[in-house]
Design a protein around this ligand. Structure first.
Ligand code: ATP
Length: 430
């Protein structure tokens, strides 16, 4: 079946170890671009392409098709740009994978644990792409690595404002990325760690703890190790958060993308047995504007409710009575140390659950549904460290009737009654 009747393909013949880079125009109504491998072998960010299959990429996609052996490709539609580059760091990335695989083999032999890897660098250096590549390569050689997503701005696993962990069992889908079945997700509530760095570090520790527990009972997970994606904030508290993460996860390897100062600082500040490696970024990584990032975040939330290209979800809209839920914000506004009650520290205020009185200003906010038990006194205990089971968006608030209308992926009733408010909003334009 021809997915694009009448469209004439543009053919690209690639020599070995080169890549075709293309971008799909962004914005509503932009035309999709299709990719087909005609001969030879090629991969997109570590996932192999099938021959004579058409892969579709939507608005804003930025793709690289790399070939180790040489290949011919057809592109259908009008990409914004499309060019072949001989200059790619893929060989270095593959060597990195080979070194990690060596460590896994060693771990297997000596009944040790596999490599725990943290990928760091400023924004737009291709951190997420390197993570995807290393995870796909690992799973292709039979490993079961864990992906830890700490980028609260551009999460590859869940909606923005969350941190998460995902067991990787098959390579990323060429069009849709990793299949996100049953990720472990925690509520952070904002798109930058700086909003509440104490909470951010706390959640990092939570994920590390859960991962370590899993490694104790699951040998494959332990040998597979983990790949941790981090935020692009590498100064001040952002840097401290990286150091904290390295120690919480007891990382063995830190891959620093394109940032020599950060590389030197981490070498200085991390224990000597941590291997800190400086890697170049790919010239193909495209810088994204603030606007572009905001759109990507919005798109991620839309996908959560409405699905992705091929898979359409039909979300539900229903009313929830204020009296049936408890809404909290994590973190009280900080107050001067001198005003804190005796024996209380700023840490406590940043991790405190503050009840939110529902009002009109809730409209459009994303709320996480905590998986915490609804039991009377258990409610407040440990909610911060409890994973979430899903998200809803408030679409309307009626203070008179004391109800709010929500957009939800599942029909009523809500599975749990403890809701955590994000400062992220989503306007449903469907
Ligand atoms: P952030 O600052 O959001 O954390 P990042 O450093 O994780 O960004 P990526 O998300 O990995 O960067 O890459 C940015 C964009 O560049 C993505 O859309 C990705 O698909 C694209 N990209 C990465 N590598 C290439 C390449 N070699 N050729 C073309 N596009 C690429």
């Amino acid at each position: 079946e021809d997915a694009s009747p009448g469209k004439v393909g543009t053919r690209f013949d690639l020599e070995k170890e080169t890549e075709l880079r293309f971008e799909v125009e962004a914005g509503d109504g932009a035309e999709q671009v299709e990719l087909e491998l005609l001969s030879g072998m090629a991969e997109v960010f570590g996932s192999e392409l099938n021959r004579n299959k058409k892969y579709t990429f939507g608005p804003g996609a930025k793709i690289a098709v790399f070939t180790w052996q040489g290949c011919s490709i057809n592109l259908y539609g009008k990409p914004e740009v499309a060019y072949v580059s001989k200059d790619t760091p893929m060989l270095l990335y593959l060597n990195t994978h080979a070194a990690l695989e060596q460590m896994r083999k060693q771990a297997e032999k000596e009944n040790e644990r596999g490599p725990r890897v943290m990928v760091v660098g400023p924004t737009d250096v291709g951190k997420s792409t390197v993570c995807r590549l290393l995870l796909s390569y690992a799973v292709r050689v039979g490993r079961r690595p864990t992906f830890v997503e700490l980028d609260v701005g551009q999460s590859g696993v869940s909606v923005p404002g969350t941190v998460s962990a995902l067991c990787i069992e098959r390579p990323a889908d060429v069009e849709e990325g990793f299949s996100v079945q049953a990720p472990l997700v925690y509520h952070f509530g904002s798109t930058t760690p700086g909003t509440n760095i104490k909470l951010y570090n706390k959640l990092t520790s939570c994920l590390a703890e859960v991962f370590s527990q899993r490694c104790e009972v699951n040998r494959k997970a332990s040998v597979g190790g983990c790949i941790i994606n981090t935020c692009g904030w590498v100064k001040g508290s952002g840097y401290q958060a990286l150091v904290h993460c390295a120690s919480a996860f007891e990382v063995d390897v830190v891959l620093v993308l394109d940032h020599e100062r950060l590389y030197n600082e981490l070498k200085r500040d991390l224990p000597h047995f941590v291997r800190v490696v400086l890697l170049p970024k790919s010239g193909g990584v495209v810088e994204r504007s603030k606007e572009c990032r905001r759109e990507a975040r919005d798109e991620k939330i839309r996908e959560y409710f409405y699905g992705f290209c091929g898979v359409t979800f039909y979300p539900f809209s229903y009313e929830v009575r204020f009296s049936d839920v408890r809404i909290y914000k994590i973190g009280a506004p900080s107050i001067p140390d001198s005003c804190l009650p005796l024996g209380m520290s700023q840490d406590d205020t940043q991790l405190k659950l503050v009840p939110v009185t529902p009002g009109r200003d809730l409209t459009y906010h994303v709320l996480s549904v905590s998986s915490a038990d609804d039991g009377e006194d258990g409610v407040r205990k440990g909610i911060v460290e409890t994973p979430v089971c899903g998200f809803i968006v408030v679409t309307n608030v009626d203070t008179q009737a004391q109800v709010m209308k929500v957009l939800s992926p599942a029909p009523r009733p809500l599975p749990r009654h403890t809701l955590l408010i994000m400062d992220i909003r989503f306007m449903d334009m469907k």
